[in-house]
Write a protein that binds this ligand. Sequence first.
Ligand SMILES: C=C1C[C@]23C[C@@]1(O)CC[C@H]2[C@@]12CCC[C@@](C)(C(=O)O1)[C@H]2[C@@H]3C(=O)O
Ligand code: AKG
Ligand code: FE2
Length: 355
Amino acid sequence: MPSRLSDAFREVPVHLRNKDHLDFESIREVPDSHTWQDVDDYPSVDTAAVGGVPVVDLNDPNAMKLVRHACETWGVFQIVNHGIPMTLLQELEAQGRRLFSLPAEHKLKAARLPDGISGYGLARISSFFPKLMWSEGFTIVGSPVEHARQLWPDDYTQFCDVIEEYVKEMKGLAGKLMWLVLGGLGITKPDLKWAGPKGDFKEASAGLQLNSYPACPDPNRTMGLAAHTDSTLLTILYQNNTSGLQVLKDGSTGWITVPPLPEALVVNVGDLLHILSNGKYPSVFHRAVVHQTRHRLSAAYLYGPPPNTQVGPLEKLVDLNNPPLYKSVTWNEYLETKAKHFNKALGTLRITSTT
Ligand SMILES: C=C1C[C@]23C[C@@]1(O)CC[C@H]2[C@@]12CCC[C@@](C)(C(=O)O1)[C@H]2[C@@H]3C(=O)O
Ligand SMILES: O=C(O)CCC(=O)C(=O)O
Ligand SMILES: [Fe+2]
């Protein structure tokens, strides 16, 4: 019988006593609650046939062109020479391991509240699926201190220091990436007021999602994180050396693995960039599958516009021949739409042509 957390809930507030939190460490077989029928909804694609997800060297003088091409055709690419120190990536991974290896009942002390954003919990998209996913997550929006204190009352600063440094570095990188991505569309600093007077996206909003995918006795019958697009402008993903991230390329027939490359980061186009680009850049469908013997960790830096900023198709990209395809929306409004309609959220903002 798979072991569940029943005894551990004694210390946990009533609203957090969720029997769906599996103790992945001790489980030896996939329970029915986590058994998926349709993992192979599309076949896996041999990357040799499609060329694989593009890798862009940010020091390449042609980086902008390469990024544009990657955004138009894939909605995802990997970057190298991004300037994020390897030591910081390793420290982030170490803190992720430290967090997820805590006993299950201990992690639940920092559980995300039912109407909260930050904290430990199941994938929030779980409610859209009949079966649960083989993963745990920890979401950080704003300061990590409160939740870190719940996890490590006497030693929460090392976690917070690493997160703070990582988020600072990611913010700088995301700003640079935004100009590469927008530059490819012919957009310059005066075209985007909300990038701020210096064009440094100082007021941008962001979150960090740490994901843990424990080794799974039957990886072909369960799902790490089900297929979705991110609601962001951009997502910058660090994955450890275990593969699992897969993407659907527009027009391709199946799941394509994004191989972990040492020192590379993955960049996804999110739904808000799809809207901003008036549909020129697709937001990429992606999912995470799990491994039989290896524990996979990832960290998604979720980057969006400043609070209350309306994001709609950029004026420069709209004319009589190119009417706006989407209504404008703030990130918060879009997150609410996403929480209701999930993968149909973009469609609800689509402007239908009357001609
Ligand atoms: C800012 C956010 C984007 C996100 C919802 C959230 O409030 C925090 C977690 C993010 C995440 C990470 C995993 C996939 C995803 C779809 C989810 O369920 O939670 C994204 C959300 C998103 O991009 O819509
Ligand atoms: O773990 C991964 O590779 C994907 C994570 C992801 O898609 C997310 O956090 O939004
Ligand atoms: Fe994602």
